[in-house]
Design a protein around this ligand. Structure first.
Ligand code: ZN
Ligand code: MN
Length: 475
């Protein structure tokens, strides 16, 4: 049972951008702006020009329902949009179209691996809203001399997912974010690699204090760091006899600190009222049809992998924690030994990719299949398999070609036998030591065999042959 000594309570508000939709949420502007110049994907609606009227994007509503269902939420029968009023240059209308009462879905949960095993984090609500424009500050926000505005992002469909304050440590917050991203990636409505695809605001309080809201967190690691900093800061305030006040703070990623921005606003400060330009939406009846099209989600895929391929739960978890990797593994496992494939994809390939900051897209599954076939047939050693993977990643090529060029095919039994005989002849001291009971002396003989065969002998075979020959010597 996790004690939570500081009484840490963390709740997260995550904005997921539906960047795989073709158009923005209330206008026909294309969402494909990421490589284009600033302010080139705009129209009167997303620029907030007077007299322009929003029209709801049906696909965005469907995606929102998908997310609600995947997060175990209840989907409303009727949903409605509201205006959230505040003035800021990233919001050209002076209000944001969002939801307030009657959000599209609410009351769900996500299961994460918590401080004390499986832990459920409640989902308060998941609602639709429009993305504001993007502000680009010169240098850091508190010292910036000027700010640039790009409205390409203005009006992109967002789903804001608000959690209950159920996380008890920065680590749990990070796991929650990993899991949430994992789930929405499986739904195929968002590309997490695009700039601004998933943005996090964190609310955190410790025992005896009010909560602070931290904005501008752009990565899962950043969230963990910001929260760690905030716990220390709040504890220090209380220790000095001060009061932790409710406020909004900005996370400065470069310095890994949070900076006070303003006292936290309350909902009534925003003067929410129903959006008169959009009628309430009757969505009863949509959910069952969408539910039927919901893809297999990470948790069920993980359980299926364990059952279908007989792999460990840890491997299944690592393989399903990224959709691309899960698909890669399954394609490979169809043609070769799935257990061996799990080991080599999880324990070797993933590590080599991470090390080079690459994704699984950089490796052909046919190549992985070939390598596993060679291993399963005992044609190459494990060291050679690692060598092939590294060579492909660093220099390109195919397994067959690399095996040929480097002469990696394992040597036959009689060549190992000859090498073992030679090793015994050439290392009388090691042989004598071994005979005198120094078991470790065998390792240097195995080493000699490997050297003679240029590492292409199987170490276990070499060991067995040496033992067999040595037993004859002693007779
Ligand atoms: Zn537009
Ligand atoms: Mn929001």
């Amino acid at each position: 049972m996790y004690e939570n000594p500081d009484g840490v309570m963390i709740g997260l508000e995550v904005h997921v951008q539906l960047n795989k939709l073709k158009t923005k949420v209330f206008c026909g502007c294309s969402t494909d702006y990421h490589n284009d110049p600033p302010n080139s994907h705009v129209c009167p609606v997303c620029l907030g020009l007077p007299g322009s009227l929003p029209v709801i994007n049906k696909k965005a509503v469907e995606a929102a329902i998908k997310i609600g269902l995947a997060l175990n939420c209840k989907v409303e029968e009727h949903t409605q949009f509201y205006r959230k009023n505040y003035y800021y240059p990233d919001l050209p209308k002076g209000f944001q179209i969002t939801q307030y009462d009657f959000p599209i879905s609410s009351g769900g949960y996500i299961t994460i691996e918590g401080e004390d095993g499986e832990h459920r984090v409640g989902i308060t609500r998941a609602h639709m809203e429009e993305d504001p424009g993007r502000l680009v500050h010169e240098g850091t926000i508190d010292r910036s001399k000027y700010t640039l505005i790009d409205y390409n992002r203005s009006g992109m469909a967002l789903i804001e997912i608000v959690s209950d304050p159920d996380m008890r440590s920065p680590k749990e917050a990070r796991r929650y974010l990993d899991k949430l991203r994992n789930i929405v990636e499986y739904l195929d409505i968002f590309d997490g690699d695009l700039e601004g695809a998933l943005r996090v605001d964190a609310n955190i309080s410790i025992m005896g204090g009010q909560r602070a809201e931290i904005k501008n967190i752009s990565s899962h690691k950043g969230a963990e760091r910001a929260l760690l900093f905030e716990i220390v800061r709040q504890k220090n305030v209380l220790r000095r006899g001060g009061v932790v006040v409710q406020e909004t703070r900005h996370f400065d990623e470069a310095r890994e600190i949070t900076i006070s921005m303003r006292s936290k606003e309350e909902a009534h400060d925003y003067r929410y009222f129903p959006e008169p330009d959009l009628v309430p939406l009757k969505i009863s009846g949509w959910a069952p049809a969408i539910k039927a099209t919901l893809p297999e989600l990470p948790d069920s895929r993980r359980m299926r992998f364990v059952e279908q391929y007989g792999i460990t739960d840890d491997h299944a978890k690592a393989l399903t924690s990224e959709l691309k990797v899960a698909i890669f593994y399954e394609d490979v496992a169809k043609k070769v030994d799935p257990k061996l494939a799990a080991v080599w994809v999880c324990d070797v390939l993933k590590g080599e990719l991470n090390y080079r900051d690459l994704t699984v897209d950089s490796f052909k599954k046919e190549h992985m299949q070939k390598i596993i076939e060679l291993l399963a047939g005992k044609r190459i050693t494990e060291d050679s398999a690692v060598d092939i993977i590294r060579t492909i990643l660093d220099k390109g090529g195919s397994p067959d070609q690399i095996v040929k060029e480097k002469g990696l095919l394992k040597v036959e039994g009689d060549i190992v036998a000859t090498a073992a005989e030679e090793a015994i002849k050439e290392n009388p001291q090691a042989v004598a030591d071994f005979m005198a009971g120094k078991e470790k002396a065998l390792n240097s003989l195995v080493g000699a065999v490997m050297k003679k065969t240029k590492g292409r002998a199987d170490a276990r075979t070499a060991r067995e042959m040496l033992l067999e020959k040595l037993s004859r010597v002693s007779q």
